[in-house]
Design a protein around this ligand. Structure first.
Ligand code: FES
Length: 80
């Protein structure tokens, strides 16, 4: 189960450098959309993902995607 920040209900477009990232799912992070450890007293766990080369990613913020943490268009947005 995940609790996304779905205020906008649209993907969050970010250009990320190679590395390992953790997508916040509890909504309590002060570094959204990334985890900062606030989930530790709750039921949520961050979603780990890796970026192999610098690229633009679209992180889901609506919670409907079946490809967490990435938007799959279930929100109705046409991805480029
Ligand atoms: S933002 Fe959730 S599927 Fe697009």
């Amino acid at each position: 189960m995940s609790k996304m920040n779905n205020d906008a209900g649209m993907p969050i477009a970010l250009t990320l450098d190679p590395g390992v990232y953790y997508r916040c799912t509890c909504g309590q992070s002060e570094s959204l959309p990334f985890c900062d450890g606030h989930h530790q007293d709750g039921e949520f766990s961050p979603i780990r993902f890796e970026v192999k080369e610098r690229e633009k990613v679209y992180l889901c913020s609506c919670g409907k995607t079946e490809n967490q943490p990435f938007c799959d268009g279930s929100c109705g947005v046409d991805l480029p």
